[in-house]
Design a binder for this molecule. Structure first.
Ligand SMILES: Cc1cc2nc3c(=O)[nH]c(=O)nc-3n(C[C@H](O)[C@H](O)[C@H](O)COP(=O)(O)OP(=O)(O)OC[C@H]3O[C@@H](n4cnc5c(N)ncnc54)[C@H](O)[C@@H]3O)c2cc1C
Length: 394
């Protein structure tokens, strides 16, 4: 039985392991982090197309059991005016909309799926180096251990070591100019937002929130970054309380319940500089291949990063099952996936342009006048439906 070493136990790695096992491969997952955290990584949107992949794995039901169904996004101006309601899923079929979940819950559902399938998942295994030797590949880890396999799958996220092993000149992620800060809150008396997530074009920063049936608010803000803030190190050096204080000032004049949410933050606050990879020239080389954020990281503005990672997993496994050998399979996988992944990354990049702060009063007035026209069309615009309706059969 051929063996695949899977580097990264986030989203793409466990999903690829589950599909590859079904395709008759022996698989093993190596994850750098020691232990998961219940609220680590905050929350994310699993889109209709990602849910379709989880469905094939039998993991859709456990995921949505702790999710906030979110087929609609309500777009508001900084004065509290509803600018429009846009579908978060296929416009022609709102019942098949997307779901917002804690990222840790998505990881937990995938990890449980992997454990139930008897797949080995090693935590605290940080890949350091890869050696390729004729008919096999060797992964060397920071703790000195080594493992051999027939192929190595780099599902190691945006800072991928596998990407730079495949091509030392691979592009580095491009900063978007936005920092995403997010967390949770409990505001007394704040009503749930069933089926909806609200997006507010605040005067000084973009803000999104939803309120679950139990009253917990999930919130995030996209702050326009200064040049010195545009790195993970710089963002990580700022304490959570400092971010919250800064957001309270930026959103002080925004409509209810934005200031109230920021006044009642509970638990972890996360901050990330948003970056993406629009075009990675080499998706594979010899026995090495990339998937998920490692090869097409997208900023969250399309709500598609996790769903693309799930799609990559099923696509790669189907090619390894059906094509002649790994070289043909990797080429077929890239052929199928590259155009779609690059389209989504570019789309998310275009959305980011609307989120950057327009500082002048005239700019804000123009944006608030133009957006309703754009959003009215978007509510029934089916041009994005192909993003959600994409199906990769197994
Ligand atoms: C603020 C923010 C909000 C987001 N919101 C959304 C959203 O709403 N919807 C959406 O679909 N996507 C969203 N995303 C993107 C989404 O999280 C990613 O696209 C998705 O997690 C990609 O999955 P992945 O498996 O490719 O990478 P990851 O989930 O990043 O997993 C990579 C894994 O590899 C591990 N790893 C890294 N290096 C090594 C190494 N050397 N050795 C071993 N293991 C290693 C990491 O620890 C990690 O667990 C968001 C991202 C951010 C930053």
């Amino acid at each position: 039985m051929p063996k695949a070493l899977i580097i990264g136990g986030g989203v793409a790695g466990p999903a690829a392991a589950l599909f590859l096992q079904r395709a008759g491969w022996e698989v093993e997952i190596f994850e750098a982090r020691e232990a998961p955290a219940a609220y680590g990584g905050l929350f994310l949107n699993v889109a209709t197309n990602g849910l379709a992949v989880l469905d094939i794995l039998g993991l859709r039901a456990p995921l949505v059991a702790d999710g906030h169904a979110c087929p609609r996004m309500v777009m508001c101006s900084g004065r509290g005016r509803v600018l429009g309601v846009v579908p978060n899923g296929p416009a022609a079929d709102p019942a098949r909309g997307s779901v917002v979940v804690r990222r840790a819950h998505l990881h937990e559902v995938l990890r449980r799926g992997v454990a139930d399938a008897g797949i080995r998942y090693t935590s605290g295994a940080r890949l350091q180096r890869i050696e390729e030797q004729g008919d096999h590949v060797i992964a060397r880890f920071a703790d000195g251990t080594r493992v051999e396999g027939d192929v190595l799958i780099g599902a190691d996220g945006i800072g991928s070591v596998v990407r730079t092993t495949i091509d030392p000149d691979a592009p580095a992620p491009a900063p978007s100019g936005l920092i995403s800060i997010g967390g949770f809150a409990r505001v007394p008396g704040l009503a749930p937002t069933p089926g909806e997530q609200y997006m507010v074009f605040g005067a000084k920063s973009f803000f999104g929130y939803l309120v679950r049936d139990d009253g917990t608010a999930y919130w995030f803000a996209n702050v326009t970054a200064s040049a010195s803030e545009n790195s993970r190190g710089a963002v990580g050096a700022v304490a959570a309380e400092e971010w919250v204080a800064r957001l309270q000032a930026l959103h002080a004049d925004d409509p209810y319940p934005v200031p109230q949410i920021l006044a009642h933050v509970v638990g972890e606050v996360g901050a990330y500089p948003l970056a993406d990879l629009t075009h990675v020239p080499h998706w594979h080389r010899d026995r090495l291949v990339l998937l998920g954020d490692a090869v097409h990281a997208t900023s969250p503005s399309a709500g598609q990063g996790a769903s693309l990672a799930l799609e990559d997993a099923i696509s790669l496994a189907a090619h390894l099952r059906d094509d002649g050998g790994y070289a043909e399979a990797f080429a077929g996988y890239e052929r199928d996936r590259r155009p779609r992944a690059e389209e989504v990354v570019s789309y998310a990049r275009a959305v980011n342009r609307h989120k950057r702060v327009t500082r002048s009063r005239a700019g804000i007035a123009l944006r608030d006048a133009m957006l309703p026209m754009f959003l009215r069309r978007a509510a029934s615009d089916t041009r994005n439906d192909h993003l959600y309706n994409h199906v990769i059969p197994w």
